[in-house]
Ligand binder design. Structure first.
Ligand SMILES: NC(=O)c1ccc[n+]([C@@H]2O[C@H](COP(=O)([O-])OP(=O)(O)OC[C@H]3O[C@@H](n4cnc5c(N)ncnc54)[C@H](O)[C@@H]3O)[C@@H](O)[C@H]2O)c1
Length: 292
């Protein structure tokens, strides 16, 4: 995969990218990738020191006039409004809006109530705040634009372990599907929405358990971003990203199994139900042999 300036109407030199959660991980890799392509970039994050450091690096590449560093808590609407005002005052448009800020705080079905609130405030309402603030202005732009919301495979297949995170990312899938439909109904259809579903990516979020080096199964944040950009360029809505452990076909089969729980009336999360273990394994074996 390479980053080439392919004259895509949106991801293009001189256009404007806004990235939330840009101080580390996937957001930072996206900022550095957009900088290579010559976009103007606004970076927003809670982590002011890391954000300022990245800002300096971007200014070195793009020049002061093409970088905005805006410390922002996406869960606070007034801070999101300030971010939008800064961007429109400076550049008058947004062409790539990347809702990437996210946290992995843990909440189980009957525990961690504070974390449930925190995770929904950031992972869901962070995006709702940004959409409500930016989309009305983006609709009035002449140029095409894209909105990339970051979901998770956990919001689709719902693996046991962190009910709060899964539910927040399931909500992101739902709100992004709704956004895509509503944008499609607009007369100009100038803005499109995309659900970015990273695979296992080595970042602050997944490396929080003290891992210093990227595990072989994970992708680097840059690999994940490059894959995402290729798919946005092709116009995909669902951008289901593989990693070194889980290939695309495995994800496809897991998603279809989850949907079939509903359609066929199986128990919830039958993939992890002891009575369905053998059946699920056989389904994966057969499915993979047919797809390959
Ligand atoms: N890394 C993975 O394997 C993976 C997989 C699926 C989805 N994701 C999603 O990708 C996105 C990026 O995660 P990452 O892995 O790069 O993690 P990361 O922790 O490296 O980056 C997340 C960034 O979001 C920022 N942030 C947190 N709360 C914020 C707030 N209220 N306002 C503004 N910024 C805030 C953090 O300071 C951090 O810089 C998240 O939405 C995450 O859920 C990651």
């Amino acid at each position: 995969m390479t980053v080439a300036d392919e004259l895509h109407p949106v991801i293009h030199e001189g256009r404007v990218a806004v990235i939330t959660g840009a101080a580390s991980g996937i957001g930072k890799a996206a900022a550095l990738t957009f900088a290579k392509l010559g976009l103007k970039i606004a970076i927003a994050d809670l982590e002011e020191a890391k954000l300022a450091e990245l800002g300096k690096q971007l200014v070195g590449q793009l020049g002061e006039a093409n970088v905005l560093v805006v410390p922002t808590d996406v869960s606070k609407i007034d801070q999101v409004v300030r971010l939008k005002d800064r961007v429109y005052e400076a550049w008058g448009e947004v062409s790539v809006l990347m809702n990437n800020a996210g946290i992995g705080a843990k909440g189980t079905s009957w525990g961690g109530l504070d974390n449930w609130h925190k995770i929904f405030e950031v992972n869901l309402f962070g995006i709702v705040n940004v959409q409500q603030t930016f989309v009305p202005s983006m609709l009035h732009q002449e140029n095409q634009a894209v909105i990339i919301n970051t979901g998770s495979k956990q919001g689709i297949t719902n693996p046991p372990g962190n009910a709060a995170y899964n539910a927040s990312k399931a909500a992101v899938k739902s709100l992004t599907e709704g956004l895509a439909h509503e944008l499609r109904e607009q007369p100009d259809q100038n803005v499109t929405a995309h659900l970015f579903i990273p695979g296992w990516t080595f970042t602050g979020l997944t490396g929080a358990d003290g891992l210093k080096a990227k595990p072989p199964g994970a992708w680097s944040a840059e690999e994940t971003v490059l894959y995402m950009l290729d798919r946005v360029r092709l116009g995909d809505f669902y951008i289901l990203v593989p990693d070194n452990e889980t290939k695309k076909e495995v994800d496809q089969l897991r998603v279809m199994w989850g949907a079939a729980d509903v359609a066929e009336g199986r128990p919830a999360l039958s993939r992890w139900h002891p009575n369905y273990k053998a059946l699920f394994e056989e389904y994966m074996r057969e499915g993979l042999s047919q797809l390959e």
